[in-house]
Design a protein around this ligand. Structure first.
Ligand code: ZN
Length: 315
């Protein structure tokens, strides 16, 4: 049995979203040092605002301006900030009910230590020096001695010059991945350009890539079975949107491929054939490039197409 592998794994992508009128007003307001909430049908003031009433589902447009000061309703200490968190020194995650709001906003509180934080403490917004129309325009909260501002929050049109209409929210998962016994063996075999799955002792299905257990029978798999290298396209899609940092011309085809001997399709890119000629049943083989542990893509073998009955259980 080969050694179990472990390696750092980073999954990172920019998430681009457009803003509706309420979120646009909220984020543009932050850029202008103004915190907006929205009033629901029963008079509750939600901060951050939402576009639909959580109780009646009615559309909400009744914006109000709340104070940049508030009260901590609960908190948790963060002793070791991670990359891209609001502060790079230890801080508290806090829920702050801003004066005039009925609900609390999640943000960071700059405080010297957990002993200086308590539920009920007064805080105020510390604005970021450079503001772009994002929740990070509030750099963090900081302790504040003033009493709660009284009175009803004032109505606000939500109109600003040059409103923010979209944001890019970076998403990043950064962790150590340990694939376990079965996938480690699979990855080790790929180094020799072989694809190895595991057979279920009960239903006899061969899983590729193997997960170490049969999800249908609930039993461990151990018998290793080499499959492929050739396979059959069971289904596919045509990709028309170019992914960032991916140097593949669109359109291209991404397919489910059942390798010969496997009872589960894996996916891969199909090349070496015009995209509009790829079809279910197309016979393909892997194309390897040096220094990469998985096939770069699959190309047609030139064999006759597989009969649908031979792969219909794998679609
Ligand atoms: Zn099974």
């Amino acid at each position: 049995m080969s050694d179990v592998l472990s390696a750092p794994l980073v999954v990172e992508f920019p998430f681009t979203r457009s803003l509706g009128p309420v979120q646009s007003a909220f984020l543009t307001g932050l850029r202008e040092r103004t915190v907006l909430g929205v009033r629901t049908d029963d008079g509750t003031v939600l901060v951050p605002p939402v576009e639909y009433d959580p109780v009646t589902a009615n559309e909400l447009r009744d914006l109000v301006e709340v104070a940049p000061t508030g009260t901590v309703t609960t908190w948790a200490w963060n002793p070791s900030p991670r990359r891209d968190q609001p502060l790079d020194t230890p801080f508290a995650w806090v829920l702050v009910r801003l004066d005039g709001a009925s609900t609390a906003l999640l943000h960071a509180l700059d405080a010297p230590g957990p002993e200086s934080v308590r539920t009920g403490m007064r805080v105020r917004v510390r604005w970021a020096a450079a503001r772009t129309g994002a929740i990070t325009d509030i750099a963090c909260f900081e302790p504040y001695e003033g009493a709660a501002a009284g009175g009803e929050p004032a109505p606000h049109t939500g109109e600003f010059a040059d409103p923010v209409t979209g944001i890019v929210a970076p998403a990043r998962l950064d962790y150590t991945h340990t694939p376990g016994r079965a996938q480690s063996a699979y990855l080790a075999a790929l180094e020799g350009r072989r694809t190895v799955g595991e057979r279920c002792p009960a239903c006899r299905k061969v899983y590729v890539p193997p997960r170490g257990a049969c999800p249908t029978c609930g039993v461990a798999t151990a018998e290793q079975v080499e499959v492929g290298p050739r396979g059959t396209v069971t289904t596919f899609c045509i990709v028309n949107i170019k992914a960032k940092n991916l140097d593949i011309e669109v359109p291209y085809v991404y397919a489910h491929i059942a390798l010969d001997g496997a009872d589960l399709a894996l996916h891969g890119r199909i090349a070496g054939i015009p995209y509009d000629q790829v079809r279910m049943g197309l016979r393909v083989e892997p194309v390897w490039v040096d220094g990469v542990r998985h096939p770069d893509h699959y190309r047609p073998t030139g064999e006759p197409d597989a009969d649908y009955d031979t792969y219909k259980e794998l679609v």
